[in-house]
Write a protein that binds this ligand. Structure first.
Ligand SMILES: Nc1ncnc2c1ncn2[C@@H]1O[C@H](COP(=O)(O)OP(=O)(O)OP(=O)(O)O)[C@@H](O)[C@H]1O
Ligand SMILES: [Mg+2]
Length: 553
């Protein structure tokens, strides 16, 4: 009996010790649970077998806007698809499948969690597998780190980098286009010039004259293309002046209505009170290109709206424009809209979604070139199925800027085509073919011609010549010394010198930023022989230089 008692006492002591150990462990577990519950790191554990949450801490409950009770009593799958951004479900599903297949014990991926209030934030999910002794997945523990700010900053950086790459790409394309167009224009001057001369020596109306005409027509088409390329590359010579954009829109009304057809309604709302400073012909081109695109986007009719208004932008405007006063032009349509995948490309040269032969893809490239070269900006907003709006800002003219009438006074008088010309013309162009053609044409008309292939040579020739030089006909962009500088230096010695720039291309801001000085004229390349001789004759014949037009079209 005594043995039995001793045995029971031992047993009791063992049970007590076991109980104390259990109580100790329980207390310890409680401490861990509390630690997990109050931890600031969002954490939860999901049973892979029962499909429910085994635990979730306050921090986790907070980031999804649920209560811990709601989480623990809910269906794990349902909660998962509710709080996970739909675009991230697949990534996470694959990560957990890898854990389930035993291919990994931990996983790490980025995902967005949706808060009950709708807010979406980025987190990194650190997933750890808990396994049964036989290796099957029992549960997963997931911790979250908030990476929303980093992720957003990275996205902004990526977007800026992409924009920069795009900008650099377009700049390179612009340079290429400008260079090609410049060279092409010189070739076209020669093709058009000599074909025209050839034609004059052929029997009128004959087959050969017709062939010559076809060459000329073709060259003129090519000239239109080079013109667009130059506009795109922001290298064309602009003739800016102060003018009223509302008047331009009004004047274009009939033309636009005819272009867009009867099914499209044209609405204008012209609220701008200030004039803009730009090249009127080029701004018309902008409006025309945008209206044509709008028409093409509304094959079943719709509404085209043109709006103008005044706006002042501060230094940190989102359009990258200098602080100042602008006029806004909005061209809005109710057409097809532009899909997101297409939108980043619309300003690229030769980008078109239109059928071959329907569009060259140069419309918006030209618009973009003109607007930026004019010191403005362009923005586009579009919704598929609803329509598109292009918003353009153009610099406002200073109050004392010359008005359109003053900037281009009376047109040049028609020359009388005297039988004998006696003035001296200095021709400077680095392109041998162009220089020879221009000289030939002028010699043929009886002028005394001096030829130089660069600025230095031109100055030397002028110095050696000793007598008066009446007109300088010069290219604008030449190596070493540009036409502008040459003209300035020559004028120091020959103050009565008149200047005719022949160019299709400019890299000289001084020629672009202001109307040409009196006595200075511009003839765009390519031109026909008759254009050149008419320009030269009228400049030299005009009685009062100071009152001359500063522009020859
Ligand atoms: N208002 C608009 N609505 C819908 N899509 C437009 C609109 N404007 C431009 N786009 C899209 O942008 C592309 C480029 O336009 P862009 O004017 O440069 O070239 P294009 O009209 O295709 O050809 P081009 O103007 O040289 O005849 C178009 O092909 C079209 O997909
Ligand atoms: Mg177009």
């Amino acid at each position: 009996m005594a043995d039995r008692v001793a045995e029971l006492e031992n047993e009791l002591a063992r049970v007590c010790a076991e109980r104390d150990e259990l109580a100790r462990r329980l207390k310890e577990a409680d401490r861990y649970r509390t630690a997990v519950n109050i931890a600031q790191v969002p954490m939860m554990c999901v049973s892979a077998i029962e499909g429910r949450y085994l635990f979730a801490n306050e921090a986790f409950a907070r980031i999804i806007g649920w209560t811990v009770d709601e989480i623990l009593s809910g269906d794990a799958y349902h909660i998962w698809v509710t709080v996970t951004h739909p675009d991230d479900l697949e990534v996470e599903r694959r990560a957990i499948e890898r854990l389930a297949r035993g291919e990994a014990d931990v996983a790490r991926h980025e995902k967005r969690l949706i808060h009950k209030n709708g807010e979406v934030r980025w987190y990194v999910a650190h997933v750890t597998a808990l396994r049964l002794p036989d290796g099957r997945l029992e549960a997963i523990i997931v911790q979250f780190t908030d990476v929303h700010e980093q992720r957003e900053a990275a996205e902004v950086r990526e977007r800026l980098e992409a924009e920069l790459r795009q900008k650099q790409k377009l700049e390179a394309l612009g340079k290429l286009a400008g260079g090609v167009a410049h060279d092409f224009n010189n070739r076209l001057v020669i093709i058009m010039g000599y074909t025209e001369l050839l034609k004059r020596s052929l029997p009128e109306g004959g087959t050969l004259a017709q062939h010559a005409d076809m060459v000329l027509t073709s060259a003129q088409r090519a000239a239109e293309l080079t013109h667009q390329l130059l506009a795109y590359s922001r290298r064309q010579v602009l003739m800016p002046q102060a003018f009223d954009l509302n008047e331009t829109v009004d004047r274009m009304r009939r033309l636009l209505e005819r272009l867009i057809g009867e099914d499209i309604q044209l609405v204008t709302s012209l609220a701008a009170e200030h004039r803009i400073f730009g090249d009127p012909g080029q701004i018309e081109q902008v409006i025309l290109n945008l209206a044509l695109n709008a028409r093409d986007a509304m094959p079943n009719g719709g509404k085209l709206t043109l709006e103008t208004s005044d706006v002042s932008l501060d230094a940190d405007n989102s359009e990258g424009l200098p602080e100042g006063d602008y006029v806004t032009l909005v061209v809005r349509d109710t057409g097809t809209g532009i899909p997101e995948s297409v939108l980043p490309h619309i300003f690229e040269p030769f980008f078109t979604t239109k059928a071959t032969g329907k569009g060259t893809g140069l419309g918006l490239a030209t618009v973009d070139g003109i607007v930026h070269q004019s010191g403005g900006s362009i923005r586009v907003e579009s919704r598929v199925g609803e329509g598109t709006a292009f918003t353009i800002r153009l610099p406002r003219a200073r109050a004392n800027a010359p008005a359109a009438e003053q900037a281009s006074p009376a047109p040049l008088p028609e020359p009388t085509m005297r039988s004998r010309n006696f003035e001296t013309v200095l021709v400077c162009d680095d392109d041998d073919g162009v220089r020879k053609l221009v000289s030939d044409l002028l010699v043929f008309r009886g002028y005394r011609v001096l030829e130089a292939s660069n600025g230095r040579q031109a100055l030397e020739l002028a110095a050696r010549h000793g007598e008066a030089i009446d007109l300088l006909v010069t290219d604008v962009v030449m190596p070493e010394m540009g036409g502008n500088e040459l003209a300035r230096k020559l004028k120091e010695r020959h103050p009565r010198l008149r200047v005719l720039y022949i160019s299709g291309y400019s890299d000289d801001a001084s020629l672009l930023s202001a109307p040409l000085e009196p006595g200075t004229f511009f003839l765009p390349k390519p031109f026909l022989p008759a254009d050149l001789t008419r320009a030269v004759c009228s400049i030299l014949e005009a009685p009062n230089r100071a009152q001359l037009a500063d522009r020859i079209d």
